[in-house]
Design a protein around this ligand. Sequence first.
Ligand code: G4P
Length: 525
Amino acid sequence: MKLKEEIERRRTFAIVSHPDAGKTTLTEKFLLFGGAINVAGAVKSNKIKKTATSDFMEIEKQRGISVATSVMGFEYGGKKINILDTPGHQDFAEDTFRTLTAADSVIIVIDAAKGVEVQTRKLMNVCRMRKTPVIVFINKLDRPALDPFELLDEIENELEIHVHPLSWPVSMGPDFRGVYNRFEQKFRSFSSTNKQIIGELVEFNDLEDPEFKKHIAPHSERLQEELELIGGVYPEFNREDYLAGRIAPLFFGSALNNFGVQDVLDCFIQIAPSPGAIQTEQRKVEPIEEKFSGFVFKIHANMDPNHRDRIAFIKIVSGKFERNKTYIHVRSGRKMKFSSPTSFMAEKKSVIDEACPGDIVGVHDTGTFKIGDAVTEGEKLQFQGMPSFSPEMFRYVENNDPMKFKQLAKGLEQLMDEGVAQLFVSVANGRKIIGTVGALQFDVIQYRLEHEYSAKCRYEQLPMHKACWIETDNTEKLKDFRLRKYQQLATDKEGREVYMAESPYALQMARDNFPEITFHFTSEF
Ligand code: G4P
C-alpha cells in the first residue's frame, strides 16, 4: 500500500476519563470489536488496581505489565486503529497529558451519574489547548443517571466545548430502553436480560413504526419531543467543526454491556482524523513527506534494577520508519540505528521492519532520550506542543547519603527526562524542588532512586500552589517582579523562569499587582 493510503487509514487516539468512568471497559470493548482480544477482562487485568491507590510497589509491578498495553493496535472497518493507553491512576495525570500529544484525537468517557469530574476538566483543558478533536461517550446508562439535557449543559459549561448528541437515550437505569442513533437514524434496543451479548440488538429504522412505539412505551412521545428539541437546539453536525475542536460529537451507552459502543466506533472511524501536519519550531511537517521524522512522547523504564534500560515510544510524524536505518537524534546530533523496534498489537509486542505516520514504535533506550526529543533523517527539527504542566505538589529534595551525591544527581536527571516529575531550582537558595501531580510520585521517585541508582533522598514539604511560567514584554516590570518575588522564583529544567505561587490568593495578588505579566500554567504558550 502506498504511504498516502497508509496514512489515511490510520486513526491514532486516546481514550481518557476521570478514574472509574469506564475508560478501561470501553477500551476493552473496542479491542473485542477489532478482534484484537478474545476475552473480556483481558485489558482489565493490566490495569493498576484501584485497591492499590496508595501502594506504589504494586503500581511498580503493574507498570511492567502496562508496557504491553501502552499502545493497542487493531484493524477495524479497513482502518488501522492505534489506541494510546493512559494511566488509570490520577497521580499519573502528567503521563496522560503527554500521551495526548501523540494522539490525533480523543474519546472522553463520562460517567452518566457523576457528570463532569475534576480529571475530565483537566484533560479537556489539554485537548482544548491543542485543539484536539474530541468525541464524548456518556457511560453507564444502565444505572440511574443525571438527566441527559442536564448532562449536556454541564459538559458545555464546564468543559467549554459545544456538544452535538449523535445518539440519544431512551430512559435510563433499570428502565433503560436503548439509544437512538441520530447519525445513522437507527434505534438500538437495550436488552437487560441479555447484557453481555453484542449481537442481540433489535434495530428499528422508523420512529413511527408501531412495533417500535410499543417497544419503548411509554417513552415514545417523549423521545419524539426530545429529538425535535435537540434538532432545534443543536445545528447540523459539521465534521469540520469537530476536526477543529469546536464541537464534540456525543454518544450515550453502557460500555460494560457493550451497548452503544459500536455506534461510537463506527462513527469514529468515519469522522476521526488521520495523522495530520505537525508544527515544529522550524516549520510544519506533513505526514506525507518522504523523509522520516518522529518524536518521543513517553519513556518507560525497565523494572529490573540490573538493567537500567528503557523503552522510548516514538510517534511517527512523517515518512516511513525503517528498521536498521541510520537516523539522527536531533538534540545530541548522535547517529542511531534501531535493530529491534517494536510495534504493539493489543497484548502482543512484535519487532517490525517499518511503520507509518500515526504509528507508535517502541525503541530500546539506554538513557539518551528525553520526552519531546526528535528523531529524523538529519534535519534539525524541534517539535512543539510538548508542554510541561504545572505540578500540584512540591517538595524540596535533599541528598540523604553524602557519598552518593553523583548517583542522586544522575538518577534525578534521568527520572525527570522520563517525565516522572518536574525539577525546579530555587533562585533564592539553589535548592532542588520536585513538582508532581500526585503524592504517589514522591514515593516512586524515592524508591526508584534507591533501587536503580543506589541513591537516597529525603523530602521537605513545600506548601506551594502552582508553578507559573511568566511572560512579559515589559522589562522594567519584570525587574520589579523579580525583586519583589525573589523568594518564590525558580527555574525549570530548560532554565525558564517560573514563579512559585504559594496559594491561589498569592497568585491573584501577583496578577493584580503585575497586570503586565502573564502567568501560564504550562511551559508552552
Ligand atoms: P476506568 O478505566 O475509567 O477507571 O474505569 P473502568 O473501566 O475500570 O470501570 C470502572 C467501574 O465501572 C468498573 O467496575 C466497571 O465494571 C464499571 N463500569 C464500566 N462501564 C459500566 C457501565 O456501562 N455500566 C455499569 N453499571 N458499570 C460500568 P468495578 O466494580 O470498579 O470493577 P470490576 O470489579 O467490574 O472490574
